[in-house]
Design a protein around this ligand. Structure first.
Ligand SMILES: [Zn+2]
Length: 269
């Protein structure tokens, strides 16, 4: 199923008639804000008088699921969830296509992106808060990586796409550390991501949980950071290499690892 295939009849059956009417009212009175979408997710902020609720409708195994921050959102379909779908049926183009936008942004040059962000900071207050975020410190960063993996380990849902997105965010922070010249912290983060990623795949017995692209990128960056760092802590990297060597899937996946090992250990000798 795709969101494009939905029609009013299907959606109506998700809740009571009363809720469906209330949902349509929310749309008509312009209370479904900040709409955006990915291929399997519609999200919006739904306003109910003074309250704002963050509401997401996801496609999972051909069925629709609703997750909402409103009081009624815990058990099944609330009015906000239906309102998100009603808004979609009424005007799909009003949902910002995040996947498309991401691809588009990748085409921009850095100076173009800086110009756009500065303009946003001028016009949109929230942008300033986002930009104010302090530079990441290693402990907090590794802790956030722990949390990402713990959320899966504890019998949580295994949404690979969502997980990968979170890992990418950690990766971005590591790149920022590298940009600031904090190469060893960036490297430690990349090692941690790699080790945990392969560890998780081992644990759940699924060697293709994450995309090849992510795996290769993490390892390439990790190698790059070792080579760039003139003050690299050799004992630490050696420990990391030994740890990665215990991951069978990693060795199979990363044939150039042997090369790194040889190069690195060779330099010590
Ligand atoms: Zn709700």
């Amino acid at each position: 199923m795709r969101f494009e295939d939905l029609n009013a009849e299907t959606v109506q059956q998700l809740g009571t008639e009363e809720k469906w009417l209330a949902a349509q009212n929310l749309v008509q009175s312009g209370q479904v804000h900040f709409r955006y979408r990915t291929p399997d997710r519609l999200e919006a902020a739904v306003q109910d008088n003074d309250h704002w609720y963050s509401c997401a409708v996801t496609l999972a195994d051909d069925s629709l699921e609703c997750a909402c921050t409103c009081p009624a959102g815990e058990g099944g379909w609330c009015t906000c969830g239906l309102a998100v779908l009603a808004a979609w049926l009424e005007n799909p183009n009003s949902f910002l296509d995040r996947t498309l936008l991401r691809e588009q942004l990748k085409q921009y040059s850095k100076s173009e992106l800086i110009k756009i962000i500065l303009e946003l900071a001028d016009k949109v207050m929230e942008t300033r808060d986002l930009l104010k975020e302090e530079s990441p410190d290693l402990d907090t960063l590794l802790e956030s990586v722990d949390q990402i993996f713990a959320s899966v380990g504890a019998g949580g849902t295994l949404d690979a796409e969502e997980l990968e997105e979170k890992l990418r965010q950690a990766q971005d922070k590591a790149d920022r550390l590298a940009q600031m010249g904090r190469l060893s912290e960036a490297r430690a983060t990349y090692f941690y991501l790699l080790d945990n990623l392969y560890g998780l795949e081992e644990e759940v017995g699924q060697t293709d949980l994450f995309s090849d692209e992510l795996r290769q990128e993490l390892f390439e960056e990790y190698c790059q950071l070792i080579h760039e760092d003139r003050h690299v802590d050799r004992a630490l990297v050696q420990q990391e290499i030994e740890q990665l060597e215990t991951r069978a899937a990693f060795l199979k996946d990363q044939p150039t690892f042997a090369e790194l090992k040889k190069q690195f250990l060779g330099q010590t000798a």
